[in-house]
Design a protein around this ligand. Structure first.
Ligand SMILES: *Cc1c(COP(=O)(O)O)cnc(C)c1O
Length: 394
């Protein structure tokens, strides 16, 4: 018999009741160290006082007002985001996939507004993940997500990751732009190196096409800069963000330059809930914390230390850990055992991590972790490795 909740997830049988900082607690009081943060969402940990305050203050005033009206919280968060990035303008959504949908529509409309509606294709890369709507599964191009859902939405030719020859060959009269994650999240923590990022920018400039970044997972401080592309020195034309932006409240955004957004005139796009006052209040509070002096330096410092710790563990457990990947607090462990077995072994130590493609286990701790959390996590991973080694020897 089907479960009342549509069974599209094979869920871990743990019920959490509350969270506090980097920890989660079950109803029976068991404590877990959360190094997945709701898949890079709870960037400030659980029940951060500033976020609780922002949400409850707003809850007493106004929850929802249609985009028919001006929404001061939206204007404030948009100013905040444009002030801190390449962007001149922002559209707010409720999720990452919707932010991508806006980015895709905007890239197509940019060319259509310039009299070239035949330019509607965004070239994407193998291993990509852009969401689960019909357009974003086509953009991601993964057979397992496309299968059975009818004809693939056209307009998303795909080339192998890092293959510039294939990329150049794929560019043609139908190309609107290039869509890429600076670090593939679901795909297994594969980073686009800085020189490759600059090359992508050059290609887009040369061809008159748009560089569209998916920073839904990498954005809002995760990699130690506000956005991951900053470390390469380039800026995109359009960028989709979400996950950490609401610190656990559903919110996403599509950021763009004035030029890229030129086709998006009144009536061209919309959302009932997008940019609602509750989401904007929380998003504003997240930005306050992330942009405060020293916060991103803290993420950078913690990221380096955690990566060193993991590299040491890799040396100590070469039959379990193959490689450490990623940047800032978006780190991956490529395991020699099935990644699912590794994730279960660390969960048995009460550490939560999340799987990715390419047999990688992702560590996405809240950005507020300190040395003590890191030591604790390293101890748990070490114990899990020892347990896995024993299992293999038995
Ligand atoms: C999570 C994610 C998405 C989709 O976001 P949803 O909020 O689940 O729709 C898109 N792109 C990347 C890179 C992601 O990590």
């Amino acid at each position: 018999m089907i479960t009342p909740v549509l069974p599209t997830y094979s869920r871990v049988d743990i019920e959490f009741e509350r969270g506090e900082g980097a920890y989660l607690f079950t109803a029976s009081g068991e404590r877990y160290l959360d190094f997945m943060a709701g898949i890079a969402v709870n960037a400030l940990g659980h029940a951060h006082p500033k976020l609780v305050e922002a949400l409850s203050d707003q809850a007493h005033k106004l929850w929802h007002i249609s985009n028919v009206f001006r929404i001061p919280g939206q204007e404030a968060l948009a100013r905040r985001l444009t002030g801190a990035t390449f962007a001149d303008t922002v559209f707010f959504t409720n999720s990452g996939a919707e932010a991508l949908e806006c980015a895709i529509k905007m890239a197509r409309k940019y060319h259509a507004a310039a009299g070239a509606p035949e330019r509607y294709e965004l070239i994407t890369f193998e291993g990509a993940f852009h969401g689960r709507t019909l357009a974003t599964i086509a953009a991601g191009g993964q057979e397992k997500y496309l299968e059975g859902f009818g004809p693939k939405t056209p307009g998303f030719p795909q080339v192998p990751f890092g293959d510039f020859k294939a990329l150049e060959a794929a560019i043609g009269p139908a190309t609107a732009g290039i869509l890429i994650e600076p670090i593939q999240g679901e795909g297994g923590l594969r980073s686009v190196p800085g020189p490759d990022m600059r090359r992508l920018r050059e290609i887009c400039d040369r061809e008159g096409i748009l560089l569209v970044l998916d920073e839904v997972q990498t954005g809002v401080g995760r990699t130690g800069t506000l956005f991951a592309h900053e470390s390469s020195g380039i800026t995109p034309d359009i960028m989709a963000i979400a996950k950490a932006l609401g610190g656990g409240f559903p919110v996403g955004a599509c950021l763009a330059t004035e030029e890229a957004a030129r086709g998006m005139t009144p009536g061209t796009h919309g959302s009932t809930f997008g940019g609602n006052p509750l989401a904007m209040a929380v998003g504003g509070a997240v930005m306050d914390v992330v942009l405060a002096d020293g916060f991103l330096d803290h993420v950078k410092g913690m990221g380096l230390k955690l990566k060193q710790k993991l590299a040491m563990l890799a040396d100590q457990h070469p039959t379990i850990i193959e490689e450490i990947r990623g940047e800032g607090l978006m780190l991956g462990i490529r395991t020699r055992v099935p990644n699912t077995a590794f994730t279960e072994a660390v969960r048995a130590q009460h550490l939560l991590v999340v799987n990715a493609g390419d047999n990688v286990v992702r560590l996405l701790p809240p950005l507020i972790i300190d040395d003590s959390h890191m030591e604790e996590a390293a101890g748990m991973i070490s114990a899990a490795c020892i347990a896995l080694e024993k299992e293999a020897a038995a």
